[in-house]
Structure formats: C-alpha cells, structure tokens
Design a protein around this ligand. Structure first.
Ligand code: ASP
Ligand code: MG
Length: 471
C-alpha cells in the first residue's frame, strides 16, 4: 500500500490562484498512489489576523477584531468566487464560512468582556483559518472531479494539553487515524485535513505551535505508515544559504534528518523544527517542494543520503543574539558551577542556543536572545552572589550584537580539515571568531561572530568552502 501525504503551506493555499494550482498538483500526483491525504494551512496572514483580533480584544479594544472579521469575510468570499463555479456550492460554503467567522466574533467578544485570553482559548481562536481553508480546498477538489472531504484534525490528532505547543500522543492518534481517515481513503476519498490544530483526548482544541502544519503532516504520515510526505511551500527546497545574502545559493537535493535538524534549529525557515521527529523512526522520506515551481524536484530528506558531494552543505546565521560569560579563576575544578549557571538561565525561561567552555574552566559562555540578557544577568548575579563576593567569580557580562554562523553537513564527520577551511575562509576576510562550538555528532560547527560581519562571513563560507567543495 503506497500512501502519500501532501501538505500545502499558507502561501501555497493563500489565494484563489494558489489554491487552484495546489489542487491541480493533487490531481496530478494522487493517481500514482494507492491513497493520498492532504493537509492545509490557513491562507497566508489569516492566523496572524485571528490572533491580533483576540489579543487586541483582551486589551479592551472592541473595534480591531470587528475590522478583521469583515476583512476575512471579504477575502474568503473573493477566493470562493474565484474557485467555485456552481452557485449552490458557493452559497453553502459561504454560509459555512460565515458561521466560523460569527464564532470568531463571539469568541473575541467574550475575550473582550473577560479582559484576557487564555492559551486554551487562543488555540480554538487561532485555528479557525485552517478549518475554513480545508473546506475551500475540499470543495475545489470536488469541482475538479475528485472525491474529497474536509476533516478537522481535532478528530484525529491527539495531543497533551500543553496549549499552543501541544505534543502529539502517537498511540491514540494512530487509532483515530485508522478509524476515521483510512476508511475514507479506502473509499477513494481524498481527506483534506486541517494543519496546525489538534485536540486533547477529551476533545479540547490544541495547536502544535506557529508554523505547525508541517508537523501535522509528518504526524499523519507516521500514523498512516505513509511511503512519503511532501510539504509544498513557496521556495524550491532547502538552500545552501539564504538567497537574500548569497545570490548564488543552490538547492540541496538531499539531506539527512540530522542535517535538516541542525538547519531548522539554526533558523532556516523551510520546515517547522519538530517536523522530522515523527518520520525519523519510521524512516519516511520527507520532500520540500515549491507549489509555484513544481518542475523543480525540491529537497529530499532521508536517514541516509545517497551521496555527500561536499562536506559542508549549508551555512546559516541567526541574529538578535548576545553572548553571556561567567568568568573567574576560582571556578576551576569546582563542580556545580555549570549546573547552577544554567539553572539560573532556565529559571528565566530563556532558551540557550550555544554553549562553550574551554578546558581551562575559567569561564563558561553561552548565547541567548538579546531580549533576555538583562534578566539573565540579574538572575546569575543573584545565584552567584557568594562567589562574586569571594572573587571566585570575577564577573558576569554580556557581549551584544553577535550572530551565530553555523556550517552544517554530516560529511564533516571524521573529515579532518573542515574547521581549518572555515577559519581560513574567515581569516582571509579579516573576520574575527569570538567563540566556537561543535557537537560530537560533528554535523555542524557554530561560530560566534560580530553581527556587523555576519553577511560577509556567510558569503565567505559559501564561496570558499561550500562552492569550492562541490566544484
Ligand atoms: N497557520 C499556522 C500559522 O500561521 C500554521 C502554519 O501555517 O503552518 O502558524
Ligand atoms: Mg509554514
């Protein structure tokens, strides 16, 4: 049994033209598979608008959400008019959309009265765009002669109750997918499942985090034992670098799950970072393809890529960061300093992007978002008050305006000289490296660099290391 899961992101289903293109792609590819399931996001910008309406209502503004409702009504009405020829189908779909938008107004009114919006309410509110769009896409598929049905993921994807960041529970999800989705597919119906949203075991709506429709697709892929998962987006695939910085960036034809994990983490916004988790265990290949350039094959993500032409496949930079250093000679050989340092950072709810400590043990440095620096330093000074008073720790300080530039590629493993080539590339452009980290997976090397030199560093690594190796 060959099953394909295809996911279309917000831009790929963001207008009548885009939806008709997406539907044409489904019609083209579905016949080659025994079963096909589709996952859709809300139209581009809709989730943002829904959230904005609720947030402003909670702050006492009862006008903004009303404006948003009328904008969304106009936008969806235009799309439906552009997509569906039959007046009766059009009318009944528009009526359904109206019901959702009325529901949204009612939610915002309650939020306005209460003066707050809980994460639980926000999940119900923010996922309305997916519910509307799944119905539009299913209706267009029917017009094109395919049997199709919209399915709310609340019926099939079961999660914990961590609202806005829910974690799937695969066993009940698998059972529900088998009960609800498989019979549809066996009857030749293409289900169009809402991305992003899910529900607790008791049926309370949750969401998987912003951009979570990719994750929905891979959860369904795993629950269906799919042969492949394709995510259709608006770029040609995963690129060797950000094309706005490196104009000659190229598509990477094949990546491993581990490599793409490093890239997702380091800000390549092609896939939701959690997407690969469900497919890894079952070894399901994941493709990234471009709805607007379907002739381009895209990027294939698998456990073992066929070949690794270059040792470094991609280079990325993350901005908005600062490096915090805890330093002092009295730290040497004292157990527990690192544990206390990171406990203090965690107490502030701050995410650490990179850590480095030299074996002299005279300092620990780590990189965090700049917005968190003040509170993290205050927490560290409090935690280390005694050591600071005794001068075991000399100071806790931060360096702002830095970036992490990261070179990714599994081929670095066991290949001597990659770090040397990176440093040579940077030094020949007079770029100073402030700190370095490489995990023992040897799948990426991260360098801390002054933000002013980030663009140059990325270009330099791309031209001297990536281009050079694949030449
Ligand atoms: N519509 C959701 C969002 O904007 C999910 C997605 O697009 O993947 O975050
Ligand atoms: Mg997305």
């Amino acid at each position: 049994m060959k099953t394909l899961v295809m996911k279309f992101g917000g831009t790929s289903v963001g207008s009548a033209d885009a939806i008709s293109q997406a539907v044409a792609l489904i019609a083209e590819h579905a016949p080659a598979w025994d079963q096909t399931a589709v996952v859709v996001s809300a139209m581009r910008g809709v989730t943002d608008a829904l959230i904005e309406g609720a947030v402003t209502a909670a702050r006492g503004d009862d006008q903004t959400y009303r404006g948003i409702v009328s904008d969304l009504r106009v936008r969806h009405t235009l799309e439906v008019a552009g997509l569906l020829a039959d007046p009766a189908t059009r009318t009944s779909l528009l009526r359904e959309i109206d019901t959702y938008l009325d529901e949204y107004s009612a939610f915002c009114r309650s939020v306005h009265v209460l003066g707050e919006v809980t994460t639980r309410a926000m999940d119900t509110i923010s996922s309305l765009g997916e519910r509307i769009n799944a119905r539009i896409v299913a209706a267009r598929l029917q017009q094109e002669g395919m049997s199709s049905q919209a399915v709310d993921a609340t019926e099939i994807i079961v999660t914990d109750d961590c609202f806005q960041q829910a974690v799937p529970l695969m066993k009940p999800t698998r059972e529900r997918v088998q009960q609800r989705l498989v019979p549809l597919m066996q009857a030749g119906i293409v289900p169009v499942v809402t991305g992003f949203m899910a529900a607790t075991i008791d049926g309370i709506t949750t969401t998987l985090g912003r951009g979570g429709s990719d994750y929905s697709a891979s959860i369904l892929g795993a629950a269906l034992d799919a042969s492949e998962v394709w995510t259709w987006t608006d770029v040609d695939g995963v690129l060797t670098a950000d094309p706005r910085i490196v104009p000659d960036a190229r598509i990477i034809p094949e990546l491993s799950y581990t490599e793409v994990g490093e890239l997702a983490y380091f800000g390549a916004k092609v896939l939701h970072p959690k997407t690969i988790r469900p497919v890894v265990e079952q070894n399901i290949p994941l493709w990234v393809k471009n709805t607007f350039n379907p002739a381009c094959p895209g990027t294939r993500i698998v456990s073992q890529p066929k070949s690794t032409p270059g040792t470094v496949k991609a280079v990325t930079a993350i901005h908005g960061l600062s490096m915090v250093t805890v330093e002092g000679r009295g730290m040497m050989g004292v157990p527990g300093i690192a544990a206390r340092t990171f406990a203090a950072v965690a107490s502030q709810g701050t995410n650490v992007l990179m850590i480095s400590q030299a074996s002299s043990e005279q300092s620990i440095c780590f990189v965090i978002p700049t917005v968190d620096v003040a509170k993290v330093i205050a927490a560290l000074e409090e935690e280390m008050a005694l050591e600071l008073a005794r001068r075991d720790i000399d100071r806790v300080w931060s360096m702002d305006d830095i970036v992490i530039v990261s070179a990714v590629g599994a081929g670095m493993r066991g290949t001597p000289g990659v770090a040397a080539r990176l440093f040579t590339a940077l030094s020949s452009a007079h770029i100073n490296v402030i700190a370095i980290a490489q995990g023992s997976s040897e799948c990426s090397i991260s360098l801390v660099i002054d933000a002013g030199q980030a663009t140059q560093a990325v270009r330099q690594i791309h031209s001297e290391v990536i281009n050079h190796e694949s030449a």
